[in-house]
Structures are given as C-alpha cells and as structure tokens.
Design a protein around this ligand. Sequence first.
Ligand SMILES: Cc1cc2nc3c(=O)[nH]c(=O)nc-3n(C[C@H](O)[C@H](O)[C@H](O)COP(=O)(O)O)c2cc1C
Length: 157
Amino acid sequence: MQEVITRAISTGVYVITVRTRDRINGMTAAWVMQLSFNPAMIAVSIAPARYTHDLIKESGYFCVNALPKGTEDVARHFGFKTGRKTDKFKGITYTNALNGSPVLDSAYIYLECKLAHVYEIGDHSLFLGSIVDIGELKKDAEPLIFRWESFFGKDKK
Ligand SMILES: Cc1cc2nc3c(=O)[nH]c(=O)nc-3n(C[C@H](O)[C@H](O)[C@H](O)COP(=O)(O)O)c2cc1C
C-alpha cells in the first residue's frame, strides 16, 4: 500500500540534520512538505524511534538538506543506520547554517528551521518549523524524487 501512496504523492529526498550542544546527526526523510507562505513554514514527519526525533526536540532547530538527482548513496548512508551508536558524519563534508545545523556539501538547497510545534500523528511526529536560513548550493540541480522501490523494494518499509 505504501508504495502506491508514494506514487500518488511525490516528494523529494532530504537529509534532516541537527546540532545539539554536544553532537550532530542526520537522517534521511521523504515526508517533508510546505505549510505556509508568510511566515515560511515547512513540516517533517519523523518516527519517535529515530534518534533525530529526540535531538531536534533538544536543539530547537533542524535543517532540511534537499538532495539532487544521483545522490541515492547519500540517502542510504543517512537512512539505514542510526546515529545513536555511529557518527554518520565521519567522512562527510559539510558547513554550518546560521544556527549551527549541518549543511551537506552534497545538498543542492538547504532550509534551516526553528522548531515551532510538534504534533503526534499516528506512528510519527510532525515537526513544524519556520525557515530561518536558506541557501542554494547548486543552481542547476534537479531533485532526487523519492521512489519507494528504489530504497525499500516492493511494498515494504
Ligand atoms: C529514502 C528514505 C526515506 C525515509 N523517510 C523517512 C521519513 O520521512 N520519516 C522517518 O521517520 N524516517 C524516514 N526514513 C528512515 C530514517 O532515515 C532511518 O530510520 C534513519 O536510520 C534514522 O536515523 P537516526 O536514528 O540517526 O535518526 C527514511 C529512510 C530512507 C532510506
């Protein structure tokens, strides 16, 4: 079923990064959407089991790194292991957004957000953020479009 829903509602593929007082982490997410023009707000849906879930609550900021076409390897790197026990940033080049959230060199646009609300929605939490910093790293890049079967095979997550 999830594969069919994903074919109906297109998204890109993103790495959500976060910095707390003593560490940084990032996780891949496809469930990202726009919410409001003014103020500019977006939302990311994150399962409570993800380490990033708790780090964003601690930090109060998160950054949406939009991945361009051809960066499936980056999405797999941040999307199939947890940062609880490993440093996913080892060997990854990045800079920092205004409030310290990591910005991946491999992203084409980043949107750093100040956390505004968190709502529990089914088995995920919806993190709503106001965009406080934005940058375009690669002007001509096209987005990596999320296709369920490219990452999870048939009908599974
Ligand atoms: C293509 C792709 C899309 C994903 N989308 C989401 C998502 O929207 N929300 C979510 O909670 N997890 C999503 N995940 C799973 C997390 O990225 C994964 O569980 C990650 O290991 C969590 O890392 P963390 O524990 O360091 O936060 C996705 C994974 C992949 C590969």
